[in-house]
Write a protein that binds this ligand. Structure first.
Ligand SMILES: Nc1ncnc2c1ncn2[C@@H]1O[C@H](COP(=O)(O)OP(=O)(O)OP(=O)(O)O)[C@@H](O)[C@H]1O
Length: 365
């Protein structure tokens, strides 16, 4: 078990990288604390697998260090690092029984057979594999095979961390939640650092205490699911996390606030004070659909908009509005009536974010 620290880490698959675009991982520092349940979330191609393989030792980074408890492990193999990795497709020996598959990593280490037996039974218990222990692995269902893969990772009591690379891809949708819950339970029971790679925000937030969101080879935010929702540090997090994603409106500075398409929006004092230093940067207002207020009366600070579309999704509605040239989404409770035609929208100060070149502008620099 260890703290995993990435220091000045970068990776390029090209032997002579010249520019930022040549890097699959752009320079980063990051710490995964011992015992944490983490997710690495991002779209295809953002660098998740590359980063995971660098941590496990399947890939050696072209720049920087990987430290386990302050000890550099750059040149150590996954076995030497004591890392277990579970991949999209289960890695099991088809001709062996489930028992022998689970016992394999221990027998490899020369663990006495009595200890092998007791440990295999312990892991089989946790993963509900007892009924199939004597079956040949080739006769198992996909989810049973993936449980065996996980079990092989868990069976050694000296693993530093378990890394999961989209482990539920081949699992039936109705079994996914069961396995996810099982993983969470295992994490609580074994206190092992777990890093779970996924492009699915639901999977990330049900498994992890903290999520690292990756975009373009960088971790753009590392926070709890709630932090990612309430205070996205980067426009990409606003857009990628949440359903639908955050509304983003390109704005220009104006006296007292910002403007877009002839519409003025005031900013609170501390943010307003930061505007002069942001001159020349691309500014965007961000507001999540959940926080857009929609009313049939102007009220205080309401901006006139047109209702373009109402989608009834059972327990809530998604309303599309046109505010100047801007299309906005609002997520409203099922029982809230939606004005017909003309509506007034408001952005509560607490939930209104300002971004400069895609980074959140904090009220206090
Ligand atoms: N072996 C390789 N050689 C060259 N480029 C690679 C190699 N593996 C990945 N890349 C590139 O590195 C970038 C990051 O890829 P990576 O597989 O790490 O992303 P990912 O987020 O895991 O995506 P996915 O979920 O599709 O696997 C991509 O641009 C990809 O094309």
């Amino acid at each position: 078990m260890a703290e995993i620290r990435l220091q000045n880490l970068a990776h390029s698959y090209s032997s002579q990288p010249r520019e930022a675009a040549d890097y699959a991982i752009r320079e980063m520092d990051h710490v995964w604390e011992q015992g944490g349940a983490y997710a690495l979330l991002g779209p295809s191609g953002c660098g998740k697998s590359t980063l995971l393989n660098i941590i496990s030792g399947l890939l050696s980074p072209s720049e920087g260090q990987v430290l386990f408890d302050a000890r550099e492990v750059n040149r150590l193999s996954p076995e030497q690092r004591n890392i277990a990795q579970v991949f999209q497709f289960p890695v099991v020996y088809d001709t062996m029984t489930v028992f022998d598959n689970l016992a394999f990593p221990l027998r490899n280490q020369g663990v006495p057979e009595t200890k092998v037996t007791s440990r295999v039974h312990e892991i089989a218990e946790v993963l509900d594999l007892h009924p199939v222990l004597k079956k040949k692995a080739r006769n198992l269902t996909a989810d049973e095979k993936q449980k065996v893969s996980m079990g092989r990772g868990l069976v050694r009591d000296d693993v530093t961390a378990i890394l999961f690379d989209e482990p539920l891809t081949v699992i039936d949708p109705h079994l996914k939640w069961k396995l996810r819950r099982k993983l969470k339970q295992i994490h609580e029971q074994f206190n092992i650092t777990m890093i779970y790679v996924t492009h699915d925000q639901l999977e990330a937030s049900t498994f992890a205490d903290k999520i690292a969101v990756m975009h373009g080879g960088q971790i753009v935010q590392f926070g709890t699911p709630r932090e990612l929702f309430e205070r996205p540090q980067h426009t990409f997090v606003g857009f990628f996390v949440g359903s639908p994603g955050m509304n983003l409106i390109e704005v220009t500075p104006e006296p007292g606030g910002v403007g877009f398409g002839g519409q003025h929006h005031p900013l609170a004092g501390p943010l307003l004070a930061r505007l002069p230093e942001l001159a020349g940067r691309r500014l965007q207002l961000g507001i999540r659909p959940e926080f857009v207020q929609v009313s049939d009366e102007p009220g205080a600070g309401g901006m006139p908009a047109d209702v373009v579309l109402v989608e009834d999704l059972g327990t809530y509605k998604i309303v599309t509005l046109r505010l100047q040239a801007q299309l906005l989404k609002a997520r409203l409770p099922e029982d809230q009536s939606v004005p017909k035609g003309r509506a007034w929208v408001g952005f509560p100060e607490q939930w209104l974010m300002l971004y400069a070149d895609d980074r959140l502008v904090e009220a206090q620099p």
